[in-house]
Design a protein around this ligand. Structure first.
Ligand code: GYE
Length: 326
């Protein structure tokens, strides 16, 4: 090939490549300044609790604030819906996929499909159980085991190490249900007079929490229960109704400790019906989209981001309530 022909071939090639890039680019959303918009697919678990609603709100608001296009899918607490949503995000060729996995197991195949498509994954709020941790970039969320320990430690102090406990567990197989049980039981191990005498799932919802606690109260051990440990506030709030309907005083006849620290829990503490709520911060939007922007910019990010949290009891509830953001 002569030098001249070689140059023509090169120019033609560059032109063709340019046209291809231009045509690929056609469908890409742009922001006001003509810059390519970041597109994020987010698969949310559902709207099972006030925590979850605040989490969704935080994610939507932060995406809007940063001009990031958010493809949001609500899975109504079903793993198969989440897997479907994740596959649709691959089809859409989003820049980053984030999701809050309803349960820990069963994600490897779809995560491998996402990896093959070259899309980075952020786990938000809940972890997954996979053998290969290159299947996700990072996990941002609370330390659920520590939350369980915090609830346990508070209870030891409050009861002097003597309690007959009914436990309302979260969604079976979910990271917070597994870990909050584990952390709580770790503390109980050193206190032989603190016993869990009833334990069942209330699926993190108020309605189920009420229904299950009603059945606890009616069971042969019902009269002995003097403590409720609920894996989230919504189930505790449901149980409070059940306790009142049974003619007992929540917060007095039955001590109650739960997790999340949502507004409704603070109100119940102010009313003396709930004794302690261990905080779990749902406002993950800002930190999550910081990670998204860093990933898109090719920057290094930590594999684990832990959200800082506290513990609130009745004595602090009144003062803290007006400034609660969720
Ligand atoms: O505690 C509960 C919600 O995964 C931390 O899910 C979250 C939990 C939260 O439904 O209220």
């Amino acid at each position: 090939m002569s030098k001249r022909i070689g140059e023509i071939v090169l120019v033609a090639g560059l032109l063709a490549a340019g046209m291809m890039l231009a045509s690929c680019d056609k469908g890409q959303p742009k922001d006001g300044a003509g810059k390519k918009k970041i597109v994020v697919g987010f698969s949310q678990i559902g709207a099972e609790s006030d925590w979850r609603k605040a989490n969704t709100e935080s994610i939507k608001a932060e995406a809007a604030k940063r001009g990031i296009e958010l493809k949001f899918a609500d899975a109504q607490q079903k793993q198969e819906n989440q897997i479907q949503a994740l596959r649709s995000f691959i089809q859409m060729k989003v820049d980053v996929i984030a999701f809050s996995p309803v349960v820990e197991t069963g994600w490897e195949p779809v995560l491998r499909e996402i990896k093959k498509a070259g899309i980075p994954v952020i786990l938000s709020d809940r972890a997954v159980d996979v053998s290969d941790d290159s299947l996700f970039k990072t996990f941002i969320g609370a330390d659920f085991v520590e939350e369980g320990r915090r609830a346990g430690r508070w209870l030891v102090k409050k009861t002097g190490g003597k309690a007959k406990i009914a436990e309302l567990q979260g969604t079976p197989g979910s990271a917070p249900a597994i870990d909050r049980k584990k952390g709580f039981e770790e503390i109980l191990k050193d206190h032989p007079d603190m016993k869990i005498i009833k334990s069942q799932t209330g699926d993190f919802t108020r309605a189920k929490g009420k229904e299950v606690f009603e059945s606890f109260l009616k069971s042969p051990e019902g009269k002995e229960i003097n403590v409720l440990y609920a894996h989230n506030d919504d189930m505790a709030l449901g149980a409070i109704q059940a306790i009142e309907e049974a003619g007992k005083k929540p917060g007095k006849d039955i001590l109650i400790v739960s997790i999340d620290g949502v507004r409704g829990a603070f109100e119940a503490m102010v009313a003396g019906k709930l004794n302690c709520s261990v905080e779990c911060n749902p406002l993950l939007g800002p930190q999550m989209f910081d990670l998204v922007e860093k990933i898109v910019a090719g920057q290094e990010i930590p594999k684990r981001v832990v959200v800082e949290e506290g513990v609130f009891d009745e004595s602090q509830a009144k003062e803290a309530l007006p400034t609660r953001k969720y």
